[in-house]
Design a protein around this ligand. Structure first.
Ligand SMILES: [Zn+2]
Length: 357
């Protein structure tokens, strides 16, 4: 399907990022795209031993320069090949949190010596007992069928290879829909913001982290390395504005603007950062909402807690429906608002009130 154009959004890049593959620990493909896109716009790029890509754009202040870190994770939920049986069916381990019921008969790519397409097989309803029909399937009930027998398959695929979901990126109405918008959406936002930044006061470390989906692993290493003073986490958040949910259960609404983080399962956002972001959004008329969620975790956790003195940390998110399911959905208004607010936040950081609490 050809991509519809809007003035502001580079859908071609967003499509490429959504469709690119990179399970936790296997982020090479997605990292190469990020590198290609930002190389001309930053002062330095480093890839650490963990695989985090750390780009630095230097600030212009002569005195009292702080380190601002923004983190967007590059990895997507995926699997690893655990076993190939005598009939060539693959059993797998999850890399990240899946809802098993969303996997039945979905296409995946197994990244072996060559990419091999497979389909996650499950039992047909015709063969299920009444009890089975009422139960949610478990990951252990699934296998991957590539259409190849064991001998043919083992020429291409080995235990330990990574597996990702295979899905086309589409535009639906005023929304975008595709796999792994968690967190390719914010990878996109960070790339596009880097390209637009004008004069910035403080040093800006734009970090594309690895292995977030398996427990915020890459960000911990990047934070040790950078020791940021101020942190902005960039990740998607839940929009539960769907039939059957009451307004108090929405968390966020699609199309209502960027989401300024208040809390999730691992971070209570620093109030100085919440105020800074909300004041900027009010002043510049950027639509926003607030995000209060008791569950989930983000790279913000590592930024807030892994420096010796703590880091003033908050976050900006793009709301998303169908999180961690086959295809996820975001709204153009929210993407544009997130781009605007991140750029404002980086360019005006010297105007924030960062005094000690
Ligand atoms: Zn995420």
């Amino acid at each position: 399907m050809p991509l519809k154009k809007t003035k502001k959004l580079n859908f071609k890049l967003l499509k490429e990022l959504s469709e690119a593959t990179g399970a936790p620990g296997f982020e090479g493909n997605i990292r190469a795209i990020v590198k290609r896109e930002i190389a001309d716009y930053v002062d330095s790029i480093e890839v650490d031993n963990m695989g985090n890509l750390i780009a630095l754009k230097k600030g212009t202040l002569k005195k009292g320069k702080k380190k601002l870190m923004a983190a967007a994770h590059m990895d997507e939920i995926g699997f690893m090949v655990q076993h190939i049986d005598d009939n060539g069916f693959i059993r797998f381990c999850p890399l990240g949190g899946f809802d098993p019921k969303t996997l039945s008969s979905q296409r995946v790519t197994i990244h072996g010596k060559k990419d091999v397409i497979g389909v996650v097989g499950g039992k047909a309803a015709h063969l299920m007992s009444d009890a089975e029909k009422k139960q949610n399937p478990q990951l252990k009930d699934y296998y991957i069928d590539t259409g190849l027998d064991k001998k043919e398959l083992e020429k291409l695929v080995s235990v330990g290879d990574s597996i990702t979901r295979k899905r086309e990126f589409l535009q639906l109405g005023n929304c975008v829909n595709g796999k792994s918008l968690d967190n390719r959406m914010l990878v996109f936002v960070l790339i596009e913001t880097i390209k637009k930044l004008k004069k910035i006061p403080h040093d800006f470390y734009a970090v594309f982290t690895v292995q977030e989906e398996v427990g915020i692993r890459g960000a911990k290493v990047a934070v040790h390395e950078i020791q940021p003073d101020i942190g902005i986490c960039l990740d998607v958040t839940i929009a539960n504005d769907v039939p059957g949910a009451a307004p108090h259960e929405y968390i966020n609404k699609l199309g209502a603007g960027t989401s300024i983080d208040m809390m999730n399962g691992t971070v209570i956002a620093d109030r100085r950062m919440v105020k800074y972001l909300a004041d900027l959004a009010d002043k510049k008329k950027v639509p926003y909402q607030h995000d209060v969620m008791a569950a989930g975790g983000t790279d913000g956790w590592a930024m807030q807690m892994m420096t010796s003195k703590g880091c003033i940390t908050g976050g900006i998110s793009v709301p998303l429906r169908n999180m961690h399911q086959e295809v996820e959905m975001c709204h153009e208004t929210d993407i544009n608002a997130t781009l605007d607010l991140l750029q404002l936040a980086v360019e005006n950081l010297d105007k924030g009130d960062w005094k000690n609490v």
